[in-house]
Design a binder for this molecule. Structure first.
Ligand code: SF4
Length: 289
């Protein structure tokens, strides 16, 4: 989502390496204004220096410069494409950016290009939000626009939409703050800054959440299986899900919900199990098992 009438990639396609092009990058002006101290942009630590802005992974905050690979702004996109385990990153806002690099942005154009390469569209969304002109799209409006194989997403129940947003946008999978609402989910989450971290908004569901919703919409049409569990069994199941999330199989594609180990499917299951546990609290013990 971008401010009205402004193409998201305008700044990214502007010429780089020239201080004279500063005015062509309005998205950077507010950030530079706030950069009187180091700030965290998703997983990137931005530190003002006398001759520009130093960018590096937040986990590399204390590491000396020579220990880090110096990257040009234009090469950060390729760097951000894969995780440390060489897995493709379909969501650039996932907390899986590889550390071990630094980038020195000497101009506004450099800074804009670096952040755009790492997090396409994020700076534009943040600016729009900060200037009060962002317009988050509601979940129903978003799925209402889907056609073809994703049209089925329109069939998801309101409860399913809420569950998809909770599980699909959990901070363990995405660092953006979801600002789009689902039916009956109440006020959108706030985008208050978190310490030195800027709150980067998410203004509409992404392809990963859409894929989850599509999968859920199809699943809700399949026969349901009911079973009774003791609290100990429930605990074991929750532990198994947590272990599965911590140890994904090699080659798992985060972008596809076809695999039962898909992290969003597992988070969905974990949420359901947690809710089940909360509901069961206070119920009399089941002596039948
Ligand atoms: S829809 Fe959710 S997972 Fe996707 S980018 Fe937005 S906050 Fe992140």
């Amino acid at each position: 989502m971008t401010p009205a009438g402004e193409p998201r990639d305008r700044a990214a396609t502007a010429p780089t390496g020239n201080v004279a092009v500063m005015a062509a990058h309005p998205h950077v002006l507010l950030l530079r204004h706030r950069l009187t101290q180091p700030l965290i942009f998703l997983e990137v630590l931005c530190s003002p220096r006398p001759d520009g802005v130093d960018l590096r992974h937040v986990r590399d905050a204390g590491r000396p410069d020579p220990e880090l690979q110096l990257l040009e702004p234009g090469s950060l996109g390729a760097w951000a494409e894969t995780t440390s385990q060489s897995a493709f990153r379909p969501n650039r806002s996932a907390p899986s950016l590889r550390p071990g690099w630094r980038c020195h942005a000497t101009t506004d154009a450099n800074l804009n290009e670096a952040l755009e390469q790492l997090y396409p569209g994020a700076l534009a969304d943040w600016n729009a939000w900060e200037h009060g002109v962002a317009t988050p799209m509601s979940f129903r409006e978003f799925v209402g626009r889907q056609t073809g194989m994703y049209r089925v997403a329109q069939d998801i129940t309101d409860a399913g939409a809420n569950a998809a947003a909770r599980a699909g946008c959990t901070q363990e999978l995405c660092l953006r703050r979801r600002c789009w609402g689902t039916p009956g989910s109440g006020p959108a989450p706030t985008t208050e800054p978190d310490g030195d971290g800027l709150a980067i908004p998410c203004l509409e569901p992404c392809a990963l959440v859409l894929d989850l919703v599509r999968w859920m919409a199809k699943e809700q049409e399949t026969p349901q299986i009911h079973m009774e569990l003791t609290s100990g069994e429930l605990e074991s199941l929750e532990t198994a899900v947590r272990i599965a999330l911590e140890h994904p199989p090699e080659g798992l594609r985060e972008g596809s919900t076809r695999h039962p180990s898909n992290p969003r499917r597992l988070h969905l299951l974990a949420t359901r199990l947690r809710d089940l546990g909360s509901r069961a609290e206070g119920h009399p013990p089941n002596k039948g098992t």
